[in-house]
Design a binder for this molecule. Structure first.
Ligand SMILES: NC(=O)C1=CN([C@@H]2O[C@H](COP(=O)(O)OP(=O)(O)OC[C@H]3O[C@@H](n4cnc5c(N)ncnc54)[C@H](O)[C@@H]3O)[C@@H](O)[C@H]2O)C=CC1
Ligand SMILES: O=C(O)C(=O)COP(=O)(O)O
Length: 355
């Protein structure tokens, strides 16, 4: 059908999807929101690379961009003359933007737009929007599961039964857990995920300590007895320590030999945040010596981890392959927000989440 001469020009939108975006969901959301506008949407799936990379999806070193997936030339050719790009992991460097003169909006479904050169985008007046907290409830729920997997020995019980071993005497010491209602849980980082972890923990009746030097506790949490603590106090008093900070110059290597030694004997350690926050060789020693009773680890500095890695062989750790944020709700929410950002851009409205 030919457009009438006075019709608005068609806006070209390119979606660069990956395994976190679920095929078709972003395109459907944009069509639902922007159906009354002439849009031409092209969706591409980026193949997932097999080789181990930083956090599983970061190639290091393209103009300081991090946690990205995809080749610059390939992405430039996929985007072509499009005005809008919707992506999660595709990188956009200054050099790539120079080759994409029509690009005006990048909707990036990330907590932080670490795969986009923000200074370059600002200089070229490209609007960049993101979706902070899109996976926060997914990670928070998963974290509670990871804590329970260790404190209630769900993983140990599972492994025991897989080996054909019933529980033995009630109560076999290695399958006798500890209840959160009697524990102190230390939450490091009180951002999108950390605040939700605290909210869920309160239902268990445990004492909750929070360490985050940059944020004040909410009035609700203060009224519910949650305490702000120095890192030293949190480490010394917690039966479970759970990490929810981003990797910065300050937080990189946050937990090493000294911190694990200062934790209570028999305490548990949980990391669903990022591998570089932790010295995993030091954690391995703390678990082997049984100074720590258990750990639940979900993210690593380089992913996938080698199958013969010592941490994977220990009997007092629950390990998952970086799946805490991956829920259907996360993707639905991200698609909905990206579509709303596209609608706002097309309608000349201000963005929901400008970067
Ligand atoms: N396993 C998974 O699938 C996922 C993991 N993540 C990770 O979870 C972590 C938390 O994510 P969000 O809550 O969205 O981040 P966020 O940016 O909302 O919160 C991070 C918090 O860390 C705090 N922080 C900064 N320096 C600190 C320090 N020295 N000590 C204590 N706290 C400090 C900040 O003030 C902020 O409140 C990040 O590392 C993120 O990469 C996020 C999503 C999915
Ligand atoms: O760690 C993951 O799985 C992520 O999805 C990264 O979350 P982010 O976009 O950095 O908040």
């Amino acid at each position: 059908m030919t457009a009438s001469p006075d019709a608005s020009p068609t806006t070209s939108i390119v979606i660069i999807g990956d395994r976190f975006m679920l095929p078709g969901m972003f395109e459907r959301a944009i069509r639902d929101k922007c159906g009354d506008r002439p849009v031409d949407i092209r969706s591409h799936e980026m193949p997932w690379p097999d080789e181990p990379m930083e956090h599983g999806y970061a190639k290091a070193g393209m103009d300081g961009l991090k946690e990205y997936q995809g080749d610059a030339d390939e992405i430039v050719s996929l985007v072509g003359d499009a005005e809008i790009v919707v992506t999660q992991l595709a990188p956009f460097s200054a050099g790539m933007m120079d080759r994409l003169p029509n690009l005006r909006l990048i909707a990036v479904s990330r907590g932080g737009p670490v795969n986009i050169d923000m200074a370059a985008a600002r200089a070229r007046k490209i609007r960049v929007v993101n979706t902070p907290g899109r996976n926060a409830s997914a990670v928070a729920e998963f974290t509670i599961g990871a804590i329970l997997a260790e404190t209630r020995l769900i993983t140990r019980g599972h492994e025991s039964l897989r080996r054909g071993e019933w529980r033995g005497d009630l109560y076999r010491a290695d399958l006798t857990g500890e209840e959160l209602s009697e524990m102190t849980v230390g939450v490091v980082g009180y951002g999108h995920v950390g605040t939700k972890v605290v909210r869920l923990l309160k239902a268990f009746g445990c004492r909750v300590l929070v360490h985050d030097p940059y944020v004040q506790l909410s009035v609700d949490d203060l009224n519910d007895g949650v305490e702000q603590a120095s890192m030293e106090r949190l480490i010394a008093e917690s039966d479970v320590v759970t990490l929810h900070a981003r990797v910065t110059a300050e937080t990189r290597g946050f937990f090493g030999t000294a911190q694990f030694a200062a934790m209570k004997p028999g305490a548990f350690f949980v990391n669903t945040a990022r591998g570089p926050l932790v010295d995993y060789a030091a954690l391995t020693e703390a678990l082997k010596s049984r100074h720590l009773r258990g750990a639940a680890i979900e993210t690593f500095a380089v992913e996938p981890v080698p199958p013969d890695w010592e941490l994977l062989q220990l009997d007092n750790v629950t390990l998952t392959p970086h799946i805490a944020g991956a829920s259907v709700k996360t993707v639905k929410y991200a698609a909905e927000r990206a579509a709303e950002e596209v609608r706002r851009y097309l309608a000349g409205e201000p963005p929901l989440n400008p970067c």
